[in-house]
Design a protein around this ligand. Structure first.
Ligand code: GSH
Length: 167
């Protein structure tokens, strides 16, 4: 088994879905959490000046969704064949597109609740309906094994939103 080292800030953020995949696969890895104060010094030595990145026996993989797909393939949580894996990727991309329009930065709690209610009704519900219903949707195929990979991305995003940046 290679030595895996996942480097990110000390929050859930973009690394959390990969942490879930490691946990589900029961694979040991080094969960390196960088303090904000230490980041400027580390940044120039990282693959693209951003985190997370994963080191696999010293070779680096950057970009959170590239990392989670790699781990899905490594631990056979990607549906088992390339078409199923691609269709899971479609779900993941659709979910990320959906989540990116959530009211992430709204500070006022009342306003946030209002925006979130509108987002659920006008953005989330139609997107989920399309995810389920069309020819890419889960009603047209349902790979139990691959759903772990998909489910982690979904779950990680919801948890991150609820708790914002807590570790
Ligand atoms: N597309 C990248 C985005 C990475 C990214 O924006 N990371 C942020 C933290 S969530 C970061 O490293 N910010 C620090 C900086 O840009 O200096 C991914 O999915 O991993």
């Amino acid at each position: 088994m290679p030595a895996y080292k996942l480097t990110y800030f000390d929050v859930r953020g973009l690394a959390e879905m990969s942490r879930y995949v490691f946990a589900e696969a029961g694979v040991q890895y080094e969960d390196v959490r960088i303090k904000s104060d230490d980041w400027p010094k580390l940044k120039p030595s990282t693959p693209f000046g951003k985190m997370p990145y994963l080191s696999v026996d010293g070779k680096e993989v950057a970009h959170s969704r590239a990392i989670v797909r790699f781990l899905g393939r490594e631990f056979r949580l990607d549906g088992g064949d390339s078409l199923t894996a691609a269709r899971l990727d479609v779900w993941i991309e659709q979910l990320f597109e959906t989540y990116s329009s959530m009211p992430w930065t709204e500070e006022d709690e009342d306003q946030k609740a209002k925006l979130l209610a509108t987002w659920e009704k006008e953005t989330l519900a139609p997107k989920l309906e399309k995810l389920g219903g069309n020819k890419c949707g889960w009603r047209s195929f349902f790979p139990w094994q691959g759903c772990f990979h998909f489910g982690f991305c979904h779950f990680a995003n919801l948890r991150i939103y609820e708790r914002k940046v807590e570790p």
